[in-house]
Design a binder for this molecule. Sequence first.
Ligand SMILES: *Cc1c(COP(=O)(O)O)cnc(C)c1O
Length: 426
Amino acid sequence: MTAVQIKRFLCDWPAWPVASSATIKNTIDCLTSGRWAISGPRGETVGREQIFADEFAAFIGTRHCVPTTNGTSSLVVALEALGIGPGDEVIVPGVTWVASASTVLAVNALPVIVDIDPRTLCIDPAAIRAAIGPRTRAISIVHLYNSVCDLDAIIDLCRSYGLALIEDCAQAHGAAWRGRRVGGWGNIGTFSMQQTKLLTAGEGGAAVTNDDELYRRLYQLRSDGRSRVPTPQPGEMELALVGEIQGTNFCMSEITAAVLSAQLLELPGQNEYRARNAERLTTLLAGIPGVHPIQALPQVSERTHYYYTFRIDRDAFNGADAAMVSAALRGLTGAPFQTIYPPLPQHPLLKPRTKARFVVIDGLESLTKTRLPEAERAYEEIVTLHHRALLAIPENMEVLAEALAYIQQHPHEFLSEKSAFLVNPL
Ligand SMILES: *Cc1c(COP(=O)(O)O)cnc(C)c1O
């Protein structure tokens, strides 16, 4: 193996996020308009925040959308709108960002963490069923990486047991199940527009719903309890000082909304481009022994790829785990490969006993001790690739597959603790 041999795998990878000219124009228009927040008086046109809300609801196919500061606050207002609090349990998946659990703690309820379905890496409906008890009020599911949860099975469970469903779509802007976008299948769908996501303004979020009453509650909960004035006149306020419920300020700024309206125009084309490259990559990887791309369930009619994912048989890689294989791939190709999140109970950011108000939550002792065999196995076997790599030229997908085959054929150079390459990549 020579430096020349391995240098051929190094590719150019697109940056993320990308500011389109419409993004720059919208942002400047907003900055010079004199209105930077929904809490400022209305100008000549309706607020950009409401414009984005209407556009995003139309894109997802729900009646309503309430923009928020970020994905975490959209989950908090979703739980609050559903009336979840002390004494309640919310079932969450064992592989996800820490917000799935921290937002349940934030409303003083107990997250009950259950194992994943190895086919999708999303929450396992059978594990949900086993965890349902007298205190269970809701399920907060996540359409993870490039999967959609088994919504048919989960919705059946919610109906049978009278549970609310929150769909966290922070990783699935535009994915569809049986021809309908995710976000509108449960009671409330939540989204994040953080920097790495498929749709982004750096920070941002949204909660969507088809339920008029939940919409009113969500709106007030994120607007300091204020209600929306349906048709404010220029110079008037868009938020009225009336409401029925104690709120908090999680309002999205006009500048963020200006960015998102422009970015949303790009999203369908980007999703399509990424899906084509992902299919190409899947075909190529399927030819490598011991490599299994994660497939979508048959009901997924539109697939998004926040992260592309594949499973490795460790035996086919000299016993190496996903951390080692992704480090080798990263070093060889320059592409953003990494492992999945650690199992949620062992996630380094889950610290359920560090806030005074959490003492009202029963059952915290076992939270970080929960063992989840499939989540633990997935952490060792699943390699992920961030979606910006799927925006590259199609030829780069061939290089990725060649690099993985090369790594497999040269285990001593790439897949041993002593590998000089891992210590000192190109
Ligand atoms: C990113 C993410 C969040 C949190 O969103 P923020 O905008 O960072 O607050 C929540 N859930 C999932 C699944 C995410 O990927």
